[in-house]
Design a protein around this ligand. Structure first.
Ligand code: CU
Length: 265
């Protein structure tokens, strides 16, 4: 009986909770590699803290990697997959990319706008994720020239737990003052073989404000966030891009970047 009361209360809390933040992911298990090798990538549109609703991705507009200022198109490498979260499965993509030599590989994804029925808006999250080989820095701090972009001030692949991650939110190359940024922790381990999130959560949020954390950039469009735990952290600057309409409806063109923190041990 008592257990039922607790469960009902938990369900009530869940149902009244605001919508969790959407996050476009480009995921690979390891971002700091000793040498060039083939890596597997998963492109998933999800809610990373609770591994909840998986949104269906359409074929992306662009997917490419930048290394030593050269852009290489990777769209041909994309294969459709089904990604399974805790609530459902959704259309996602995977890719295998062979990294050569030393340096930074900046993966960039421009997804096709996603129609969010509940809010009657389109969402397009232009996403960056980088993988370094052999510790040789090349492109990590470069501005790629995406319409909405977070330019890092710290290497996204070389962060200890407790370090800060800083970035500049840009719209067509210009800083976005006081940009609103959502931050989420990837709380369920991605299973690269099963194309699914692990059921077990790594941490528990004491309250909704800790699921999707909202921070603001300063007057220069810069933000700073201390990383309290090892793993993956996603940053999403809402409405950072210039496009505000798609198919006659409102469009939120966001800029996303992922960083990976590691424990000192
Ligand atoms: Cu969603």
């Amino acid at each position: 009986m008592k257990k039922w009361v607790v469960m009902a209360a938990a369900a009530a809390v869940f149902m009244t909770a605001p919508a969790m933040a959407h996050f476009q992911m480009i995921y690979t298990p390891e971002t700091a590699l000793e040498n060039g090798q083939a890596i597997d990538l998963k492109l998933v549109f999800t809610h990373p803290f609770d591994a909840g609703h998986t949104m269906d991705m359409e074929e992306p507009e662009q997917f490419f990697v930048v290394r030593k200022q050269r852009k290489k198109d990777l769209k041909d490498t994309l294969k459709p997959i089904e990604w399974t979260g805790l609530e459902n499965s959704g259309a996602a993509y995977e890719s295998t990319c062979r990294l050569r030599g030393m340096g930074d590989n900046v993966f960039c994804l421009v997804p096709t706008p996603y129609y969010e029925e509940e809010e009657d808006v389109y969402i397009q999250q232009i996403t960056k994720m980088m993988v370094n080989t052999a510790g040789f820095p090349t492109d990590w701090d470069a501005e790629i020239g995406l319409p909405a972009e977070i330019v890092p001030l710290d290497k996204p692949y070389a962060l200890w737990t407790g370090n800060v991650f800083r970035g500049v939110v840009k719209r067509e190359g210009k800083p976005v003052p006081y940009a609103e940024i959502e931050v989420e922790y990837l709380n369920h381990e991605p299973d690269m073989k099963k194309n699914a999130f692990a059921g077990k959560a790594k941490v528990r949020a004491p309250q909704d404000s800790f699921v999707t954390m909202t921070i603001k950039a300063n007057a220069s469009g810069e933000f700073t966030y201390g990383l309290p735990r090892a793993g993956w952290w996603g940053f999403c600057a809402l409405g950072a891009g210039p496009a505000t309409e798609h198919n006659g409806r409102e469009l939120s063109q966001d800029a996303v970047i992922w960083v990976q923190a590691r424990d000192m041990k």
